[in-house]
Write a protein that binds this ligand. Structure first.
Ligand code: SF4
Length: 218
């Protein structure tokens, strides 16, 4: 398996930073609780769809007590265009009840966050990364795909990628890696028909090399 050199990481991240300067989450939020809700809602749903719902919802829901005041049924109805909305509503409501017993504070560590209902490792990492600027890298389908194409990892599942990624990415890039790679995967290095023609990472890319070879053999 090819092992990337430090200079390869420099090439990758200088390109990604150039493409996506000031890369940030595309989820809309104003309070830490709203971010937590948005990240929970975004499981198996696009950020665009989540924003469509939360742009209206967050006019009312700013803190956990607002969810409790609204009541489960009404809250469920307000997110019913989101995938798995019944479960998500139930667990966000439950989370609000737990936070009520905890002075309404959003936990600051991954370990505490994953004790909340429907908060998985990926959700917890996004929350601590975005809110508290911790150098962790949440792995979604885009991060998994891009990192495999660029030889950062060679894994079959996102879980395997997640286990390896934080030790592979050099520390100076950890604070930008998550958002840069997600945006790259969303807008350039898509699963189908990635925009390879003008990509400056062709020489480092397994996907490009394989497809280029196939074209040459035709
Ligand atoms: S060459 Fe294509 S597949 Fe490879 S990183 Fe660039 S856009 Fe992605």
């Amino acid at each position: 398996m090819k092992k990337l050199k430090d200079s390869d990481y420099d090439i990758i991240f200088s390109y990604l930073e150039e493409l996506f300067p000031n890369a940030d989450t595309e989820l809309h939020f104003n309070t830490p609780f709203q971010l937590l809700v948005a990240v929970i809602l975004s499981a198996q749903t696009t950020d665009k769809q989540v924003n469509k719902v939360t742009d209206k919802l967050f006019q009312t829901i700013k803190e956990p007590q607002d969810v409790l005041n609204m009541g489960l049924k009404k809250f469920e109805k307000s997110i019913n265009s989101i995938n798995l909305y019944r479960n998500k509503a139930k667990y966000i409501y439950k989370t609000s009840e737990i936070l009520a017993l905890n002075n309404w504070e959003i936990p600051k560590t991954e370990e505490e966050l994953i004790k909340l209902p429907w908060v998985w490792e990926k959700t917890a990492k996004v929350v601590v990364y975005v809110l508290y600027k911790k150098p962790v890298i949440a792995v979604d389908t885009h991060v998994h795909r891009v990192c495999n194409r660029l030889w950062i990892v060679q894994t079959k599942t996102a879980l395997q990628t997640s286990k390896l990624l934080e030790e592979r990415i050099p520390s100076q890039y950890k604070l930008i890696a998550h958002h840069c790679i997600i945006l790259f995967g969303r807008y350039q290095c898509m699963a189908r028909s990635p925009k390879c023609e003008n990509c400056r990472l062709q020489s480092l890319c397994l996907y490009f090399t394989k497809n280029h070879q196939k074209k040459c053999l035709k």
